[in-house]
Design a protein around this ligand. Structure first.
Ligand code: SDX
Length: 440
């Protein structure tokens, strides 16, 4: 689905190819074009002499580099398209549940009812993390950011299950995938309650995935908990919207770390680290802190000006791929209204809406194709549901866990993939001899 212009143009040979001439040698080359890309390795054939290393492509932050072939998620950033295994996010968010989406991303097809029940039963049967990890959370400083707690907990799980290092074994991979889907919400609950000094709450197998997350964060140990169905569904939709997003920073990190054949717990712990950053998943926390700082609708114009003057970024705006409205942000704004029917409107939403209105009509943002992304409104919902701002990125990680695992599994199974090891353009000093200390 790379080429949208009908039948791709082809040369006389019937093969699409790129012909180029090396101005240094006058030599001409033909690079084959497949699925909208050339193979970077073919550039190495372009040399000025036999012992020349050959050409590389230079692409800081991999802005225009396909590091893999993937069948999981498709994004068209110019047309606000986001499809999970071919299904439009709008339809998925309206009709599916998060574990159904996890099954779709992991297996490639929407599960039939019996398959979905089997999958849910397998996740539930994975149980709870080992006691050693629980004690780790009980011992952690309650002031530690819950993303740091989550990272530590996931890394520790890798050590608790040494067989998880057998990543080439599909049965082992599947058992670790189920554990991570089951354990991550429990770790999130432990982090949330450790920070509040509250006893941990065990999951209730009778509740849905989202219902259990609400129970383990907001419930009381040993007591029944019935989540508000509207809030339960809103959280489930938020988990779905965050489930996957092709080769974003954290997913690429999981793929890269996983390519060394380390266990999946360590690979997703690295993914949590990448997601934690304010330019990535940490933006949902940064948006709420920004709205807090703006303080009122009256201050919005001045704040937008400070962004245009380059003094700060409008957090929750802009995207490397979407140069149009993030389809997830559109769904979240509608979801916010449903949540506010239960919780009462979060006053910060008015500041957010005014920021969006001004920004979408300002040449600075229009010229740079900056639109609200998935993080712009999600925090207003989480805050209205009574969660502290530091938990927002943890919710992002809870949704994204199934996407990370689907990509990790796809990478392990891909015969073309090897350990990730990019090259560089060296800009340091030419080779030189060591100078003894007394001679410096
Ligand atoms: C997520 O990749 C994914 O798919 C991520 C994600 C997922 O689901 O995994 O969608 C989740 O991470 C969403 C993004 C959350 N981050 C934020 O909301 C932080 C604020 N946004 C920006 O920092 C920025 O837009 C990025 C990081 C999202 C994208 O940055 P790029 O593609 O590297 O763009 P850039 O930094 O090169 O900016 C291009 C121009 C610059 O201006 P000029 O130098 O051309 O004058 O746009 C400006 C930037 O200054 N710009 C902004 C801006 N974002 C970019 N100016 C003000 N406010 C912003 N938010």
């Amino acid at each position: 689905m790379q080429y949208q212009g009908g039948t791709a143009p082809s040369t006389a040979t019937g093969q699409a190819s790129l012909s180029l001439i090396d101005g240094r040698t006058g030599q001409s080359y033909s690079l084959s074009i497949q699925e909208g890309a050339i193979r970077a390795a073919e550039l190495r054939n372009i040399k000025v002499s036999e012992d020349d290393f050959g050409l590389m492509s230079y692409d800081p932050a991999f802005a225009n580099t396909a590091a893999c072939r993937s069948a999981i998620t498709y994004i068209d950033g110019d047309r606000s398209v986001l499809d999970y295994r071919g299904y439009p996010i709008e339809q998925i968010a309206e009709h599916a549940t998060h574990l159904e989406v996890a099954c779709l991303l992991l297996k490639g097809e929407l599960p039939a009812a019996a398959q979905l029940q089997q999958f849910i039963a397998e996740v539930t049967a994975a149980g709870a993390p080992p006691d050693g990890v629980r004690k780790l959370f009980e011992a952690m400083n309650p002031l530690v950011h819950p993303m740091a707690m989550l990272m530590a907990g996931l890394a520790a799980l890798g050590g608790e299950f040494p067989k998880s290092a057998q990543v080439e074994n599909p049965e082992q991979r599947w058992s670790d995938i189920l554990r991570l889907l089951a354990y991550t919400p429990i770790l999130a609950g432990w982090a949330y309650r450790r920070r509040l000094g509250l006893p941990f709450v065990e999951p209730d197998p009778a509740l849905s995935y989202a219902g259990n997350i609400l129970r383990m964060l907001k419930g009381e140990a040993g007591k029944p908990y019935r989540p508000d169905p509207k809030l339960e569904r809103a959280l489930d939709v938020l988990l779905i919207l965050h489930a996957d997003h092709e080769q974003n920073c954290s997913t690429s990190t999981v793929r890269g770390v996983g390519s060394s054949r380390v266990d999946p717990y360590s690979a997703v712990a690295a993914g949590v680290a990448a997601l934690y950053g304010p330019l990535h998943g940490g933006a949902n926390q940064a948006v709420l802190e920004m709205l807090e700082e703006v303080g009122s609708v009256a201050n919005v114009a001045a704040f937008v000006q400070s962004c245009k003057d380059g003094h700060r970024r409008l957090m929750g705006f802009g995207h490397r791929v979407y140069k149009s409205y993030d389809p997830r942000a559109a769904i979240i704004t509608r979801l916010a209204e449903q949540v506010f029917e239960v919780t009462g409107q979060n006053p910060k939403i008015r500041i957010a809406r005014e920021l969006e209105k001004i920004a979408l009509n300002d040449p600075y943002f229009i010229k740079r194709k900056l639109y609200p992304n998935v993080d712009f409104y999600s925090g207003c919902i989480y805050e209205a549901m009574g969660f502290d701002v530091k938990m927002f990125t943890v919710f992002f990680a809870l949704g994204r866990m199934c996407g990370w695992l689907a990509h990790w599994d796809e990478m392990i199974r891909d015969p073309e993939q090897k350990i990730a090891r990019p090259r560089q353009i060296y800009t340091g000093p030419a080779r030189r001899d060591y100078v003894r200390l007394e001679q410096r």
